[in-house]
Design a protein around this ligand. Structure first.
Ligand SMILES: [Cu+2]
Length: 186
């Protein structure tokens, strides 16, 4: 497992390195960043690992089932009326249920900004993650429920309390590039 983890961390650091190209050219050569979807044997602890990561515009993010049944689903009104917490020009994703170890789902993210996402069956348990593509901007960089009172947003679902507590801070992601999930032994 150490090899895989080292790959994850090295991949994340590499991603961070190309996230700030001096030329301004997007770095699609950054490879694939992998996020594990985890669950302990009892299902009491679940999460995305890393829970926060900085990637380059154009880079592909791949979520892979390690254990449990999960989804990766963008915070977006098109996903069951959730609030908008990805860049306004980005296409929302929803993997649907991934059930077997190794099952995976990928998106290539081009629009810069903060992307918040959740696992449908475990959002209330705080299974959420945060990606920053290039730089911290857009709806995901704003406070939760910033849209309160705005036309058309009255029916959006609020981000649940457990999810708010689970998101790594934008500043921590920018500083560390990769924020690991806590609460698991490895
Ligand atoms: Cu889950």
């Amino acid at each position: 497992m150490a090899t895989r983890r080292d790959f994850l961390i090295a991949g994340g650091v590499f991603a961070a390195g190309v996230a700030l190209p001096a030329s301004g050219q997007a770095a699609s050569r950054g490879g694939v960043v992998e996020i594990r979807m985890r669950s302990d044997p009892t299902g009491a602890k679940v999460g995305f690992d890393p829970v926060g990561i900085l990637v380059a515009p154009g880079q592909t993010v791949r979520w892979v089932i390690q254990a449990g049944v999960h989804t990766t689903t963008a915070y977006h009104p098109r996903n069951a009326g959730h609030s908008l917490r990805i860049p306004k020009t980005a296409t929302p994703w929803n993997s649907g249920y991934l059930v077997n170890p190794g099952d995976h789902f990928e998106v290539a993210l081009t629009a810069e900004g903060v992307y918040d996402y959740f696992c449908m069956p475990h959002e209330m348990a705080g299974m959420v993650g945060r990606l920053i593509v290039g730089r911290a901007s857009g709806p995901g960089s704003l406070p939760y429920d910033y849209f309160d009172g705005k036309p058309g947003a009255a029916n959006w679902q609020s981000v649940p309390e457990a999810a708010r507590r689970a998101f790594p801070a934008v500043e921590a992601i920018l500083e560390k590039k990769v924020v690991r999930l806590t609460g698991f032994d490895d």
